[in-house]
Structure formats: structure tokens, C-alpha cells
Design a protein around this ligand. Structure first.
Ligand code: ATP
Ligand code: MG
Length: 322
């Protein structure tokens, strides 16, 4: 199964929102993994399907203790949660200290993501340096996509980061992930976006130009749980559709057709309700006050407890018609 990571070099160019966009529009069920080493924020973005805020349990915190002893196939899903709209998410860690402790376990997790039946895995890797623990995950994927904004600082830092990653991946030989770039910018400024990507690529022609994600503040509220009317018509979702097409083309052979017919019903032909990804702000704040089990010094409990028992059937995902 495909494993695609999104990362930044510095700042907050839109990695989390771009990963959410791609996961939502991907042609097969996806598991969206929050691997941001600075501490994940996906769990703050959307509530679960009953409108309750996500907590760290289940999530990486409950999965990592098991990973210390190897992971049985599919066990990752038991530690995931489904958010409103149907996206399956593996909630991330809450601090850099916890992320440091997880560093040596990323290769085990990567293997288990690669073998996850029926799902492709989209990773929010946050800011990625060569010292970052989550590099152990990213470098075992098919694609690592840098997210950049067309301003001098963002371009300069990403150019440096892509060059360093390029060198690091080169020694991995044929198993190395391909590098790609996407620019978040207003669709009116396509020229700036293309030139930012071209500057970052520099003289590395094997780094993929994956185009642009529209800077679309109104539509992007979708990924904070706010209702957006007709998301499929927004520039954000339309640009996300084009990005997904390029990504599918880039990882092509990994994506096999499902052996069984898709269980999801045909997309609804009626107009999309104006309440995609409804939110409960009160539920979000409850996430921060939930009781946590006893922790080790590294913040990761030896026994995070079993994740919520998860049905391995891919959840029904909201589809936006384009
Ligand atoms: N396509 C977009 N259109 C409009 N606003 C966006 C878009 N993508 C992200 N944003 C906004 O930019 C800010 C940063 O986005 P996001 O949290 O996705 O970035 P990030 O790179 O993951 O940052 P961090 O490193 O803090 O995790 C947020 O305020 C978000 O709402
Ligand atoms: Mg983020």
C-alpha cells in the first residue's frame, strides 16, 4: 500500500491541511497519520463521528508500547479513530519529548503501515530535519512531499532541506522515496507558485513538481471542523483533486485495484449539504481535560491499553464531487 508523507522545512506552510485534503480526496481508503515531531494537532482539528473531541487514546501513544515488541498485521487500525466525515486518523503525540522517545520505533511502524490491508497511508510529518525521529518513517515511504509558500524564507529553507533529504535518500538506492514539492498559494498567483517550486528544485530534476494547493481560507475551515457550503466547488478542493491525480501518477504501481468491490455507496447525486465536517467546539476542549493513564519518563506509558476496538472495514468517507 502507498505511504506518502508531507513535510515542511520551517514555519507553518500548511502541511497538516494539505495532508488532510489529500487523505480526504484519495481514491482509496486512507489512514491519516499524525507524525509531527513538534506534537500533533490533528486531534484538535475535528471531532469524532459522535461529535466528541478526539483524545490521545487510542493513537500513537497506545500503539508505541506494542511496537516495542513488533506489530501484528492490521493492529494499527485498532489504535485509530474515525472523525466526522469518515476519515480514519492515527492521533499523534503531544510533545517533542514524546516524539523523541518514539524515534527508534518509526521503522516498525513504517513496516506496519506498508502492510496495512485496504488502506493507503498519508502522513503529516511536520517539520522534517535530518535529525527528526520521523525521518525513519518518511524514508520508508513512496513519496515525501515538501509543502512550501512562495516567500523568500520558506523557499530558501525548503531548498536547503530538499537538497539534504535528496542526499540522504540517494544512499538508500531503489527503496528511497521520491521527493516532491507543492506550493500553497492563491490561484491568482500561479506564476509565483511555479517559480517557488522551480527555485526549490534547483538543479534536482528528479524532485517532482506537484503543482499548487489553493490558498483558500474560507474552504480551509473545513479542516477545522467548520461547515463549508459545496466544498467540491471550492478552489481548495479542486486544487486538491489535481494534486491527488499527480500523486497517484507518481506512486502508480503501488496502488492496486481493490480485490473486492468498494463497499462505499455511490456518491450522493444531491447537492452536498452545507454542513460537511460539523464541529463541536466544546468537545474539542474536553480533549484537553480527559484522564490520562500513568506515564513513563518519556511520557509514553508501557501499556497504553488497547485502542478502541476498531472495525477494520474501511469507514465510509465523505466524497466531494468535482
Ligand atoms: N490551503 C490553505 N488555504 C488557506 N489557509 C491555509 C491553507 N493551508 C493551511 N492554511 C492555514 O495556514 C495555517 C497553517 O496551516 P497548517 O496548520 O496546516 O500548517 P502546518 O505546516 O501543518 O503548521 P505546523 O508546523 O504549525 O503544524 C493555518 O492557520 C491554516 O488554517
Ligand atoms: Mg501541522
Amino acid at each position: 500500500m502507498a505511504l506518502i508523507s508531507f513535510f515542511s522545512a520551517k514555519g507553518a506552510p500548511g502541511v497538516t491541511s494539505t495532508a488532510m485534503l489529500v487523505a480526504a480526496l484519495w481514491p482509496r481508503p486512507t489512514l491519516l497519520v499524525d507524525a509531527d515531531g513538534a506534537g500533533g494537532d490533528l486531534q484538535m482539528r475535528l471531532p469524532n463521528e459522535s461529535g466528541t473531541a478526539l483524545t490521545q487514546h487510542p493513537g500513537l501513544l497506545t500503539l508505541l508500547p506494542l511496537a516495542r515488541h513488533g506489530l501484528a498485521p492490521g493492529v494499527v487500525l485498532d489504535h485509530s479513530q474515525v472523525v466526522t466525515g469518515g476519515q480514519r486518523i492515527l492521533v499523534g503525540l503531544e510533545s517533542p519529548e514524546q516524539s523523541d522517545a518514539a524515534g527508534s520505533l518509526w521503522p516498525t511502524l513504517a513496516r506496519s503501515f506498508r502492510e496495512l490491508p485496504g488502506y493507503d497511508v498519508i502522513v503529516d510529518a511536520g517539520a522534517l530535519s535530518l535529525r527528526a525521529g520521523q525521518l525513519g518513517l518518511v524514508q520508508r515511504g513512496d513519496l515525501a512531499v515538501g509543502v512550501v509558500r512562495p516567500n523568500p524564507a520558506s523557499v530558501m529553507h525548503m531548498r536547503q532541506r530538499v537538497a539534504a533529504l535528496h542526499d540522504t535518500f540517494r544512499v538508500l538506492g531503489p527503496d528511497a522515496p521520491r521527493l516532491g514539492l507543492v506550493c500553497v498559494e492563491d490561484v491568482q498567483h500561479q506564476g509565483e507558485a511555479s517559480s517557488a517550486v522551480a527555485t526549490v528544485r534547483g538543479d534536482l530534476p528528479d524532485v517532482l513538481d506537484l503543482g499548487q494547493v489553493a490558498l483558500d481560507a474560507r474552504a480551509e475551515r473545513l479542516f477545522h471542523g467548520d461547515p463549508v457550503a459545496r466544498p467540491e466547488r471550492t478552489m481548495l478542493v479542486r486544487s486538491g483533486g489535481s494534486l491527488v491525480q499527480r500523486l497517484v501518477a507518481a506512486v502508480g504501481p503501488v496502488i492496486q485495484p481493490d480485490p473486492e468491490p468498494e463497499r462505499q455507496p455511490e456518491p450522493d447525486r444531491r447537492p452536498e449539504p452545507a454542513t460537511s465536517f460539523t464541529t463541536r467546539r466544546d468537545a474539542r476542549s474536553a480533549a484537553r481535560s480527559g484522564g490520562a493513564p500513568e506515564r513513563h519518563e518519556d511520557g509514553i506509558p508501557e501499556d497504553g491499553g488497547p485502542g478502541r476496538s476498531a472495525d477494520s472495514t474501511p469507514p465510509r468517507k465523505r466524497r466531494w464531487r468535482r
